[in-house]
Design a binder for this molecule. Structure first.
Ligand code: SF4
Length: 355
């Protein structure tokens, strides 16, 4: 058994813990999630969406996605732009790119069927051990346990094991050790539900916890040594050039460099004002800059951006060196844009009475 008898959890105690967790899940778990079922395609889409997004935020996006692309064959017809458009607002856009890349690989390498072996799934873009395990187990293709943020926190508190790199393998081992052999799919959902609904990041509901009598950290104190690390929030300034022409069209560029919004369309953005000015000069639009600035903040889980949007009103655009193909009327936008760009449009509309 090792790991010091799985940290004082011999098989009899394990059976009791499993039962308590599953009983709690039957009574309190989230049974109505729209991706419930054994359809491996739908499970894959939901698991990719749930990477870095909470359940309640992912649900409407998932429903929209599945309405449009209910199965692999329909997804094969989608371009990267189509997927990005549905993903607009959900954030972490690399996940949308990964869905697109996976769709291509499934067509080229897997005979148009979603692979059903753990090792093959692990080779797909954006899929790590937890996602591959969840796809396999939820679709009824094996007994693979998971170790996402919720499960890590729950197990680390339960076994009094600090979350750090050297304990990661032990946490995986413990996660697999507790997994129910008869109901693996319900069990990994129960793990996630307990982690997010009971053993919460701050103020865990220890008194409502089904395994409090077995938990080594009960009652959990927020200052305890087993607290997971707080995410450090960084702050960044972004400068955005909001370029509009005399027909009321906006100049937008596809973000091609490697950042959080790659593949979406945006007003040109810069890390500082002097880069913005250099760019304006090189595109011969300097004279149209109005120096009207509106600022707003845009928060992600780990970064707070302050956007400084500078208006550039182009009266005629024959002489300027901006591509003719990048002008868009707001009503014609049928591609993905970042949430911050939505804020830019909304602010612009409210300030300048744009219809
Ligand atoms: S008793 Fe508290 S700390 Fe222990 S597993 Fe339950 S909720 Fe988490």
């Amino acid at each position: 058994m090792s790991l010091e008898i799985k940290l004082n959890c011999p098989s009899k105690k394990r059976a009791l813990i499993r039962k308590k967790i599953l009983d709690w899940y039957d009574a309190n778990g989230r049974h109505d999630l729209p991706w419930k079922g054994k359809d491996i395609y739908k499970i894959w889409i939901s698991e990719i969406m749930l990477q870095q997004t909470q359940v309640q935020s992912a649900v409407p996006y998932y429903k929209k996605f599945i309405d449009q692309y209910p199965d692999l064959e329909s997804l094969f017809q989608a371009s990267l732009n189509d997927i990005m458009k549905i993903w607009s607002g959900l954030g972490f856009y690399r996940r949308a790119e990964n869905i697109y890349k996976t769709s291509i690989r499934i067509q080229n390498e897997f005979n148009r069927e979603f692979p059903k072996s753990y090792d093959e799934i692990l080779t797909l873009p954006g899929i790590g051990r937890t996602t591959a395990s969840a796809i396999m187990t939820f679709s009824g293709n094996g007994h693979y346990s998971i170790l996402d943020g919720n499960v890590k926190r729950f197990l680390s508190r339960f076994f009094s094991l600090e979350i750090n790199n050297s304990n990661l393998n032990s946490l995986w081992e413990l996660s697999q050790y507790l997994l129910s052999v008869n109901r693996p799919s319900d069990f990994i959902q129960a793990y996630m539900d307990i982690g997010s609904l009971v053993c919460k990041k701050s103020n865990p509901l220890c008194n409502k916890c089904p395994v409090k009598k077995q938990c080594s950290s009960y009652p959990y104190k927020s200052g305890s040594a087993y607290k997971s690390k707080k995410t450090k929030i960084t702050e960044k300034n972004i400068w955005s050039l909001v370029i509009i022409n005399n027909k009321g069209e906006f100049y937008l560029e596809k973000i091609s460099y490697d950042n959080l919004w790659r593949g979406l369309y945006s007003s040109p953005v810069f890390h500082n004002e002097s880069d913005l000015m250099r760019w304006s000069k090189s595109h011969k639009i300097e004279e149209f800059i109005e120096y009207d600035i509106f600022t707003f903040s845009h928060k992600l889980s780990h970064i707070t951006f302050t956007f400084n949007a500078i208006l550039c009103n182009i009266k005629y655009h024959k002489k300027v060196s901006l591509s003719e193909d990048n002008w868009y009327n707001l009503s014609d936008i049928d591609f993905g844009i970042p949430k911050y760009q939505d804020k830019i449009f909304n602010q612009y509309k409210s300030i300048y009475d744009y219809n």
